[in-house]
Design a protein around this ligand. Structure first.
Ligand SMILES: Nc1nc2c(ncn2[C@@H]2O[C@H](COP(=O)(O)OP(=O)(O)OP(=O)(O)O)[C@@H](O)[C@H]2O)c(=O)[nH]1
Length: 620
């Protein structure tokens, strides 16, 4: 069943939770404001327009501070709760939970004290609201926000800016489309000059959310009345105007009881020749009921949008919390677990780069497919196997005794000399892949959200990963150089066996001495050219082999190792760390910690608000 109590009470509870969390609209809040989404009634009026009197009359109690100058210097959120007939009236402040005030003089005193607590005695104003709940059989369920009276001049001890500051604060409330404006104007002043109406006209030109109230009807000059205003002829609003007669200063001085004052007000309208026909729609009691009903209907209409704001905010906050990560545990076991979790997240991303889930791994294939073959092609074999060099190497190898059939030593020296050239491209491939891996480590660190929280751990992991990559590079270099050395240590005999034998008489002189021709030819240019060409084909064969096996060695020693054991040593060291060292690693950025706390609190608020709404059933 929907009751006014349930809906207005619901908003009251959410409002209190908002204030407890510092969400009262305005300010530099980076979170969406639930407060601003809640419908509320703000009381607006110039100084001495009768604001306090109207509020007290609605409550039926004397409880607001009085005095000269600006008395209301912080918004007062006044939440009225109707209780059963005969039950005792009491008041409670949000800042003093569990303390019940039954003496309303003490309530007044506490409002003064609490105002000064934030603003100091400097007469400054502050937007931080004071929450006061009043439980009474003489009230209707209603929430009103009393704001500082609009003023035109600063008084002694107040800064010049106060006039503007008050207007800015009042505006920050009435600007909100969810704010119902209770605009108070005194009847003994021209409505055209009313501060409240001036402001309302600006922020609510259609008059949809403004309730006009005329006070001090009893103080109008004899022979004049406020019918033009009350009947909507002077200034039209969507809701009816309400006339009020509050206690005069003399009544206040005489301590006239509020309940008596309400009765006198009723009598005033009932017997008034001017307003008698409007009597049932005048007075503070009628105003309270009107506002309560209106507030309830506005809340009912807004519940779906409030619910969707809450759900949206919960989703946003939860995803931000996921992003920020869980708070860090205090015991060493849980800390170790956290460190390992972060490391695993990093390793997963790193592997994705290598395996193709993320970009970058393809650059390793680029090394094998382009850089290595190009480097092999560029090796200076032409120079090494030039006729001149072949001749020189072979002759030097022969020594004083030129070779008889084939220059075995010469061949070996030429081949060994050529094979040495392969070390360069082999080592360069290892380096190139090393740099790709290093870059992928850097990228993966950046992409690991969890690491953003922990700068120290991030540096530790980066150092461990780079140290591991260096080790893999050393191993890779040793292996590829060994592959080249293996080529020099044993030549492929098959290759030489398959070489066509030199034809003794080929190109010789058929008429001459066949033996003499062969001897000349054996040490002639054709012979050395053939040697050069044979060595070149052998080297070509070796080059093809290395082109295939160097990538295997590089992947085996560097890529595979990086995938399998990039952080293995780090893990071993981690196991030996003490709790203190672990917590140093998890030394989190303080701004993140702060943000997480705020998010968690906010999330709690929204979830509580959602539960509140869920627990209230209402008819649509
Ligand atoms: N006779 C009569 N006096 C009223 C009425 N309303 C307010 N007053 C008197 O007008 C004076 C100002 O009223 P307040 O209720 O304090 O007005 P306020 O707008 O709260 O004033 P500030 O808090 O100073 O801005 C008091 O002396 C009230 O007794 C009224 O309807 N009739």
């Amino acid at each position: 069943m929907t009751t006014m109590e349930s809906l207005i009470g619901l908003v009251n509870r959410i409002q209190r939770a908002c204030t407890a969390l510092g969400d009262y609209g305005g300010g530099d809040n980076t979170f969406s404001s639930l407060w601003e989404a809640l419908p509320s009634v703000a009381v607006v009026g110039g100084q001495s327009s009768g604001k306090s009197s109207v509020l007290e009359s609605i409550v039926g109690r004397d409880f607001l501070p009085r005095g000269s100058g600006i008395v209301t210097r912080r918004p007062l959120v006044l939440q009225l709760h109707k209780t059963d007939e005969g039950s005792q009236e009491y008041a409670e402040f949000l800042h003093l939970p569990k303390r019940r005030f039954t003496d309303f003089g003490a309530v007044r005193h506490e409002i003064q004290e609490e105002t000064d607590r934030i603003t100091g005695k400097t007469k400054q104003i502050s937007p931080v609201p004071i929450h006061l709940s009043i439980y009474s059989p003489n009230v209707v369920n209603l929430t009103l926000i009393d704001l500082p009276g609009l003023t035109k001049v600063a008084v002694e001890g107040q800064p010049e800016s106060i006039v503007e500051d008050i207007e800015t604060m009042v505006r920050s409330y009435v600007d909100k489309p969810n704010c119902i404006i209770l605009a108070i104007s005194p009847a003994n002043q021209d409505i055209a000059t009313s501060d409240a109406i001036k402001l309302s006209r600006e922020v609510d030109p259609s008059g949809e959310r403004t309730f006009g109230v005329i006070t001090k009807l009893d103080l109008m000059d004899k022979g004049t009345n406020a019918l033009d205003v009350l009947e909507g002829r002077s200034y039209r609003l969507q809701h009816p105007w309400v006339g009020i007669v509050n206690r005069s200063q003399a009544d206040i001085n005489k301590n006239v009881d509020m309940i008596v004052a309400r009765r006198k007000e009723r009598e005033y309208f009932a017997t008034s020749p001017d307003y008698g026909h409007l009597a049932s729609k005048m007075g503070s009691e009628y105003l309270a009921k009107l506002l309560s009903q209106h507030l309830e209907s506005v809340i009912r209409a807004r519940i779906p949008s409030i619910t969707s704001l809450i759900n949206k905010s919960i989703d946003e906050l939860e995803s931000e919390m996921d992003h920020l990560g869980r708070p860090i545990a205090l015991d060493a076991g849980a800390q170790l677990y956290s460190v390992l979790e972060v490391c695993r997240a990093f390793e997963r991303i790193f592997k994705e780069h290598l395996d193709g889930g993320r970009p970058g791994g393809d650059r390793i294939y680029g090394v094998f497919d382009n850089q290595l073959p190009a480097a092999l092609r560029k090796l200076p074999f032409d120079r090494h196997l030039s006729l001149q060099n072949v001749k020189r190497v072979v002759s030097e190898a022969d020594g004083y005794q030129p070779h008889l059939i084939a220059p075995e030593q010469g061949y070996r020296r030429l081949i060994e000399g050529a094979l040495n050239y392969f070390r360069g491209p082999a080592e360069a491939s290892v380096d190139a892949v090393h740099f790709v891996l290093k870059e992928l480590v850097r990228k993966s660190m950046e992409e690991t959200q969890e690491l953003k929280r922990f700068p120290t751990l991030r540096a530790d992991i980066a150092a461990a990963a780079n140290e591991a990559l260096e080790r893999f590079r050393d191993e890779g270099k040793k292996t590829v150089v060994r592959l080249v050395d293996m080529e020099s240590s044993y030549l492929t005999v098959e290759f030489f066996r398959k070489l066509p034998q030199e034809v003794e008489n080929k190109g010789g002189n058929p008429g001459g001495n066949p033996q003499a021709t062969a001897a000349v030819d054996r040490y002639g240019e054709g012979h050395f050219r053939r040697i050069g060409s044979n060595v070149s084909s052998y080297i070509g064969m070796v080059s093809d082999t290395l082109k295939n096996v160097i990538p295997k060695a590089v992947v085996y020693c560097q890529v595979r190792e990086a995938k399998q054991s990039l952080l293995s040593r780090f893990y071993t060291q981690l196991g030996k760390k003490e709790g203190k060292q672990l917590s140093q690693m998890l030394d989190e950025d303080p701004t993140l910690m702060e943000r997480r706390q705020q998010c968690a609190k906010r999330l709690e608020l929204y979830k509580a608000a959602r539960d509140e709404i869920d627990s209230v059933s209402w008819t649509r």
